[in-house]
Ligand binder design. Structure first.
Ligand code: SAH
Length: 242
C-alpha cells in the first residue's frame, strides 16, 4: 500500500490524459458523454440509499473524490448538500470551478489527494463518493482507506469502477474505445480494472461494510443505462462505515 506521507498515490500519465481533454467536460456530446449519460442513474442509486438510511442529502457534508469537471459534484450540490470536490488534475478542477460559477453553485474544489485530505479531515464527511476513479490510481486500496477515514461512522461511501473480466475488456475497451469510440482510445487499462470481490475486501479492511452492489448496464442502441444484478462490466457499490 502507498505510504500516506511520502509518495503521492498519483499516476501522472493518467492525470495528463484528463488534463488534455478537460475543456470537453461539459460537452454533452464529447468525450465525457458516457459520464453525463450515467450520472442520473448514479444519483438515483445514491439517493435511494440515503433514503433507506432515513436521511436526506440536504445540508449534508459530502466529498466527491476524483471529481473531475464536477458532473456528479454539481448534482449533489443541487440536491442541497455542502460539497467538496477533490482531484489531482488542475485543468478538470479549473473547468469544474468555472462551471459551478456559471451554475450559481457554491462548491469547494481542491487539488489534493484523498490520502492527504484524509489526514486533514478525519471523519468529518457525512458521505463520500468516488466514481470512475479507482481504475486510474496506482494503489486503489489506499484511496479506499482514505475514503473510509474521511467519512463519519455510520456514513455511506459510494464507489463505481469497472470489473476485471473478459466481458469488460470486450465492451469497455474493444467496443467503447476502438469500435464505437464512445471514449478516447487509451482511456482505460484493463489491468487496472477491479473485481468487486477485491474492492469489497479492501473496503472491509478499512471498516467499510458493503451494503449493496449493483451492475450498471449500458445499451448502445437506446444509449440508456440501468441498474442490474450482473456486475460483469460497470458496477457501483454502497458501503457503510462501521
Ligand atoms: N468522478 C468523476 C470523474 C471521473 S474521471 C465522474 O465520475 O464524473 C477520473 C478522474 O479521476 C479524473 O478527473 C482524474 O483527474 C482523477 N484522478 C485520477 N487519479 C487521481 C488521484 N490520484 N487523485 C485524485 N484524482 C485523480
Amino acid at each position: 500500500m502507498t505510504d500516506n506521507k511520502s509518495v503521492p498515490n498519483v499516476n501522472e500519465e493518467e492525470i495528463a490524459k484528463f488534463e488534455q481533454i478537460a475543456s470537453q467536460w461539459w460537452d454533452l456530446t464529447g468525450d465525457f458523454k458516457p459520464l453525463h449519460q450515467v450520472n442520473p442513474l448514479r444519483v438515483q442509486f445514491i439517493c435511494q440509499h440515503i433514503a433507506e438510511q432515513k436521511q436526506e442529502l440536504f445540508s449534508k457534508n459530502v466529498i466527491d473524490v476524483g471529481c473531475g469537471g464536477g458532473i456528479l459534484t454539481e448534482s449533489l450540490a443541487k440536491l442541497g448538500a455542502t460539497v467538496t470536490g477533490i482531484d489531482m488534475g488542475a485543468e478538470p478542477l479549473n473547468v469544474a470551478k468555472l462551471h459551478a460559477l456559471e451554475s450559481s453553485l457554491t462548491i469547494n474544489y481542491e487539488k489534493i489527494t484523498a490520502e492527504e485530505k484524509a489526514q486533514q479531515c478525519n471523519e468529518i464527511f457525512d458521505m463520500v463518493t468516488c466514481m470512475e476513479m479507482l481504475e486510474h490510481v496506482p494503489d486503489p486500496a489506499s484511496v479506499i482507506k482514505a475514503c473510509a477515514q474521511l467519512v463519519k461512522p455510520g456514513g455511506l461511501v459510494f464507489f463505481s469502477t469497472l470489473n476485471k473480466t473478459v466481458k469488460s475488456y470486450l465492451l469497455a475497451i474493444v467496443a467503447a474505445e476502438k469500435i464505437l469510440k464512445l471514449v478516447p482510445d487509451g482511456t482505460h487499462d484493463h489491468d487496472k480494472f477491479i473485481k468487486p470481490s477485491q474492492l469489497i475486501a479492501w473496503a472491509e479492511e478499512s471498516q467499510l461494510k458493503c451494503i449493496d452492489a449493483s451492475g450498471i448496464h449500458y445499451n448502445p442502441v437506446t444509449e440508456n443505462h440501468k441498474l442490474a444484478a450482473n456486475l460483469d462490466v460497470n458496477y457501483i457499490l454502497c458501503c457503510q462505515k462501521v
